[in-house]
Design a binder for this molecule. Structure first.
Ligand SMILES: Cc1cc2nc3c(=O)[nH]c(=O)nc-3n(C[C@H](O)[C@H](O)[C@H](O)COP(=O)(O)OP(=O)(O)OC[C@H]3O[C@@H](n4cnc5c(N)ncnc54)[C@H](O)[C@@H]3O)c2cc1C
Ligand code: FES
Length: 278
């Protein structure tokens, strides 16, 4: 386990199509020969969506990192996989974050288990020499699945306090809801700190709980900053068939001014101004 309730697994595949941060896999969270239950323990029949949290291509093998939080039977099953176990998956699915221009300054915001696509995106930005700052927010210190190299600044000043981002030359602000680590507050409180400095980001990318995404999207809109959000829906198929993942989006070409988009195929990444919040 990485920290309380959080785990990481690395999948090894002989090959895998090109993929980019924001895309996800549909993972069968039960053994290939399992029925809908194994003894008294229910195992999910439908695949579960997981963001690609990292991808490395080596000779003859592609390694994919998944980072998960145990919330139910599927994630419990996945967290119990051991080296040599086989996992059945589909992917890569969905769209991806857009790569900023070299002159841009990116701000990466992750809340809770929204971390995986943001962590991989940090690597890609570094490879493309695009400067970035990161904000990571958790409920409490026990839920931070990152390696802290120093105590994060409680004033919300970005520092090289997180190994996973520091190795990509990215300064990070940590926030916790209970003040047990870093800035006492939410990622939006850290965003306010950054908006009050002269070092403003030119593009914002966020993944996390929906109320956080809405608040981040609205703050960016008020400051005229383009913002991309990784939206989550229950996804039974991940391929546009089951219609379980509908998301209302603004669409001026429709009589009503909005329509339902399928989060799995049109998303999961949406420009913040396209979302029609409930
Ligand atoms: C595109 C996408 C990428 C995701 N990436 C990750 C990831 O990298 N790591 C990770 O841990 N989780 C991720 N999730 C969420 C993950 O798919 C769910 O936590 C998982 O399906 C839960 O399965 P379960 O059987 O353990 O729990 P379940 O019993 O299915 O669900 C437990 C609880 O989680 C809620 N839930 C289930 N699925 C979702 C969902 N898609 N969105 C919001 N709430 C949900 C349920 O309503 C329920 O309250 C992602 C979801 C999406 C749509
Ligand atoms: S998950 Fe089935 S249509 Fe989107």
């Amino acid at each position: 386990m990485l920290c309380r309730e959080h785990f990481e697994i690395t999948l090894s595949l002989p090959n895998f199509p090109p993929a980019s941060p924001g895309q996800f896999l549909q993972v069968r969270c039960s053994a290939p020969d399992a029925g809908s239950s194994a003894g008294s323990v229910a195992v999910p029949i439908l695949r579960r969506p997981f963001s690609i949290g990292g991808l490395r291509r080596r000779t003859g093998v592609v390694e994919i990192d998944l980072l998960g939080r145990v919330v139910g039977p599927g994630t419990t099953w996945l967290s119990a996989r051991r080296p040599g176990d086989k996992v059945d998956l589909l992917g890569p699915l969905g769209n991806c974050f857009s790569i900023p221009a070299p002159s841009d300054r990116a701000l990466l915001i992750a809340g809770g288990i929204g971390l995986p696509p943001i962590r991989w995106f940090a690597e890609i930005l570094h490879e493309n020499s695009i400067p970035a700052t990161a904000i990571f927010g958790a409920q409490t210190k026990d839920f931070i699945p990152l390696t802290l190299t120093q105590e994060p600044d409680p004033s919300g000043r970005p520092t090289r306090c997180v190994e996973e981002f520091a190795c990509e030359e990215i300064d990070t602000i940590i926030t916790t809801d209970d003040g047990s680590c870093g800035l006492h507050g939410r990622v939006t409180d850290a965003l306010v700190c950054l908006l009050n400095t002269s070092d403003l980001p030119s593009r914002v990318y966020a993944c996390g709980p929906e109320p956080m995404l809405r608040a981040v999207g609205e703050m960016c809109g008020a400051h005229g900053m383009p913002c991309e959000l990784a939206m989550e829906r229950v996804m039974a198929c991940g391929m546009g068939t089951c219609q379980s993942c509908v998301l209302p989006v603004i669409d001026p070409t429709h009589d009503t001014g909005w329509r339902y988009a399928l989060c799995c195929t049109e998303g999961p990444i949406f420009a913040a101004e396209r979302i029609r919040w409930a």
